[in-house]
Design a protein around this ligand. Sequence first.
Ligand SMILES: [Mg+2]
Length: 298
Amino acid sequence: MMKVLVVDDSPAAIQIARVRLESEGVEVISASGGRAGLTLARSQSPDLILLDVDMPDMSGFDVCRELKEDASLNLVPVIFLSGSSDADDRVTGLDLGAVDFISKPFDAFELRARVRAALRTKRLQDMLLERAKIDPLTGLANRRAVIERLEQEWARIQRQGGTLSFVMADVDNFKCVNDRHGHGAGDRLLMEIARVLLAQCRKCDLPARYGGEEFSLVVPGEATPGAVAMAERCRGGIQEIRLQVGAGTLRVTASFGVADSSSCDSAAALIEQADEALYQAKHDGRNRVVAPVMGEVQ
Ligand SMILES: [Mg+2]
């Protein structure tokens, strides 16, 4: 269900908006001032904000400025509500990034129609953002999603403590597969590998196609030994893949590098360490898992 936040110092205006919009099948939450509205927006991530222009504690325009400066909220559409039909106000509101402007008192049909239109656009925007984070071949997350998730998890362990591991994997001699059997076979192999990784992951982990024949796992809450065990299971699973290509059977192996947050000072350093461990695994003969603090596991 989509969630609409109504920010207005008039309880009557909130009540009317609530009645009109709840019949549209949206969840309505409300705040009676600008400050409270910002707090609620941050904690509830609404899909749309209806924002009164004139409020005693903070003008709607100032609230909108703060929303647009907040990276987690700047894509939430804002519709201004105003008792004035002043064209200058409308221009100011739209220039601040609002998608629409509704005059009070509300016309019930207009309010519903404008909210519906804004939510349609929001849904489409969410879908495009989601797709931009998915690798179309394997359906796994892509590198952009990995970076975003690592940054989030990094911020979380800074706040709450805990551990985070990152695994980098690379298919061994993948270029030969493409050269000998064609890209179709290569693609099928990548899909099989994605299935193996997905099967070994918990709900909180993020398996991803990092790029080309590189895969990765974000493993929250686990230090190196736990992540190494997971990487080992993935390595074993990939080794078991048998892909029918023409009259023959294609087999494949992968190398893994593992690092955890305890020896890193940023999410970027975690990626770098896992990458170095992966390089070591390749150097040591492939089809193995390497973690810097543990040395070679196999
Ligand atoms: Mg007001």
